[in-house]
Design a protein. Structure first.
Ligand SMILES: Cc1cc2nc3c(=O)[nH]c(=O)nc-3n(C[C@H](O)[C@H](O)[C@H](O)COP(=O)(O)OP(=O)(O)OC[C@H]3O[C@@H](n4cnc5c(N)ncnc54)[C@H](O)[C@@H]3O)c2cc1C
Ligand code: SF4
Ligand code: SF4
Ligand code: SF4
Length: 414
C-alpha cells in the first residue's frame, strides 16, 4: 500500500485514490496546503494497485518530440485571452467539434483550482489561461475512463505528472484519447493562494480609495459574495495588455453597496511586483515533488506539449509577437493530426532552439535554501507582502554592489 515517507515522492495526482477498490485512501491537506494520500489500514486488502498506478514509483521512458514549432493562434481575441500562443483553445475546439469531451483546470466558486470537463465551446473558456495553483484532479481520471469506454473522444490537459498519472491509471492506450501537457516549472500551494486572496480582500476593504486601486468597468459576471462585502469577480495570472513578457496579475473585486449596486475595483500589478507571483516565481511555494519531478523531458508521454516560446526574439526575431508566442511539441503520431496550420502561424524549430530558454522541460526546479524560512514566517501569520519583502528583497549593500558591477562592465565595454 501507498505510504508517503518523503513528500518529494508524491506529486498529488490522485491516481492511487481513484484506483483503490476498497475506497480506503483519503486525500488530506498538510500544513503547507498540499494534499497527500492516507490509507485506512483496517480496510486495505494489500492488493498493491495504488502502488502500480503511481507515476513516481512507475516512471515511463522519455520520448523525443517528432516535431517542434513556434506557433501562435491567428485569432487575436483567443491569443489575447490565452497565456502563451493560444494553442490550447485551438486543440480543444477541434475535439469539441468532433463530439468529444475536454478536461482542464478551472476556478471553482471559491476561486480554488480544480479539474473538470466541458462538452461545449462555451465551457472551454473556463479552462483558458494558466492558473498558478495546484489543481485538484478529483474523479477526473475515472470520468475520463468512462467517456473513453463509451467511445467518445477525450482531450485531457494538465501538468506532466497529471498526464503520467492518468496513463498509469488507465493502464492501456485508447485510440480516442489525446493528451496535452505543458512545460511545467512547478505548482504552488493552494493554502498560500487562499491566504493571498484573503489578504487582497482585506486590502480592498481598508484601502479602496487609495492610489493602488482604480475602478474599472468589468464585463464579467460577479461570483457569489463570500458574505464579507467583497467578492472576487475575475482573476488573470497572465494579463497581456502590457505585453506577453510584461504580463500582469489582475484581480477584480466587487463590493455590494447599500443601494445594492456593485462597486468594482481591479487590482493589477506587473508579475514581478505582486507578492504571490514573486513567491511563485522564486520557487519558494512549490510542491516538494516539483523539486524532483517524475515526468520531465517527455516522460509524461503526452501527445502534445505546449509552452511559452521564451527567447523567440533572439532565435527568430521576425516571429516575435507582443501578444504571445507558443511552443508546440508534437510527441506522437496522434499529435501530428492536431497540427492546425490553417488556424495558426507556425515555424518549425529544433528541440535545442526551443528549450534554450525553457530548461524546465528537462530539469526540475532547484529547491531554494530559503524554503523552510518561508514556511516558518507563513505559519507565524506574517502577511505575504511582508514575507516576500523580507525574503526576496536583496539588501541595499548587495544592490549597490550589483550596480557598481554593472557600471564597471559598461566602462570596460566602451
Ligand atoms: C503551474 C504552471 C507552470 C507552468 N510553467 C511553465 C514553464 O515553466 N514554462 C513554460 O513555457 N510554460 C509553463 N506553463 C504553461 C504556460 O503558462 C501555458 O499554460 C501554456 O503555454 C499554454 O498556453 P496556451 O496559450 O496555449 O493556453 P492557455 O489557455 O493559456 O492554457 C490553458 C491550459 O492550461 C491548463 N491549466 C491552467 N492552469 C492549470 C493548472 N493549475 N494545472 C493544470 N493545468 C492547468 C488548462 O487546463 C488548459 O489546458 C505553466 C503553466 C502552469 C499552470
Ligand atoms: S493496497 Fe489496494 S486496498 Fe490497499 S490502499 Fe492500496 S489500492 Fe487500496
Ligand atoms: S503520486 Fe499520485 S499515485 Fe503516487 S502516491 Fe501521490 S497521489 Fe498517489
Ligand atoms: S513540476 Fe513536475 S511534479 Fe511539479 S506539478 Fe509540474 S509536472 Fe508535476
Amino acid at each position: 500500500m501507498i505510504h508517503i515517507l518523503d513528500k518529494h515522492s508524491c506529486c498529488g495526482c490522485e491516481a492511487c485514490v481513484q484506483t483503490c477498490p476498497k475506497h480506503c485512501i483519503s486525500f488530506e491537506e498538510d500544513e503547507e496546503g498540499f494534499r497527500y494520500p492516507e490509507v485506512d489500514g483496517t480496510s486495505c486488502i494489500d492488493c498493491g494497485l495504488c502502488e502500480k498506478v503511481c507515476p513516481v514509483l512507475h516512471q515511463a521512458e522519455s520520448i523525443n518530440p517528432l516535431h517542434v514549432y513556434a506557433a501562435k493562434n491567428k485569432c487575436e481575441e483567443e491569443l489575447m485571452a490565452s497565456s502563451s500562443g493560444g494553442l490550447f483553445i485551438l486543440i480543444a475546439k477541434k475535439i469539441i467539434s468532433e463530439g468529444g469531451v475536454v478536461f482542464g483546470a478551472k476556478f471553482n466558486e471559491k476561486w480554488e483550482v480544480e479539474h473538470a470537463y466541458a462538452e461545449t465551446e462555451e465551457g472551454l473558456k473556463a479552462f483558458m489561461g494558466s492558473k498558478y495553483v495546484q489543481s485538484r484532479i478529483g474523479n477526473c481520471y475515472k470520468e475520463t475512463k468512462t467517456f473513453l469506454q463509451s467511445g467518445r473522444k477525450v482531450l485531457f490537459t494538465g501538468t506532466s505528472c497529471q498526464i503520467a498519472g492518468l496513463k498509469n491509471f488507465l493502464g492501456k492506450d485508447f485510440e480516442n484519447l489525446l493528451t496535452v501537457d505543458f512545460i511545467c516549472h512547478g505548482v504552488p500551494s493552494p493554502k498560500v493562494w487562499r491566504k493571498y486572496l484573503e489578504e487582497m480582500k482585506d486590502k480592498a476593504r481598508r484601502a479602496k480609495n487609495s492610489v493602488s486601486f482604480h475602478s474599472i468597468l468589468s464585463s464579467r459576471k460577479a461570483m457569489p459574495s463570500d458574505g464579507e462585502g467583497w467578492s472576487i469577480e475575475g482573476i488573470s495570472f497572465r494579463d497581456k495588455r502590457l505585453g506577453w513578457k510584461k504580463f500582469s496579475f489582475v484581480l477584480t473585486l466587487a463590493e455590494s453597496s447599500e443601494e445594492g449596486k456593485q462597486n468594482t475595483v481591479s487590482f493589477s500589478r506587473m508579475h514581478r511586483e505582486d507578492s504571490y507571483m514573486r513567491l511563485f516565481l522564486s520557487d519558494l511555494i512549490l510542491r516538494p515533488s516539483c523539486y524532483q519531478c517524475p515526468a520531465k523531458g517527455g516522460k509524461s508521454q503526452s501527445d502534445l506539449t505546449i509552452a511559452d516560446f521564451w527567447g523567440i526574439e533572439k532565435i527568430y526575431p521576425d516571429f516575435y509577437d507582443e501578444r504571445g508566442v507558443g511552443l508546440l511539441m508534437v510527441n506522437t503520431k496522434k499529435g501530428v493530426a492536431m497540427v492546425m496550420k490553417e488556424c495558426c502561424k507556425m515555424a518549425e524549430m529544433t528541440l535545442e532552439e526551443s528549450t534554450l530558454m525553457n530548461t524546465p522541460y528537462y530539469y526540475s526546479t532547484k529547491e531554494p535554501a530559503k524554503r523552510p524560512s518561508f514556511w516558518l514566517l507563513f505559519h507565524s501569520e506574517m502577511k505575504l507582502d511582508k514575507i516576500s519583502r523580507k525574503l526576496l528583497t536583496s539588501s541595499l549593500l548587495i544592490r549597490l554592489k550589483r550596480r557598481v558591477g554593472r557600471l564597471m562592465k559598461k566602462k570596460k565595454g566602451k
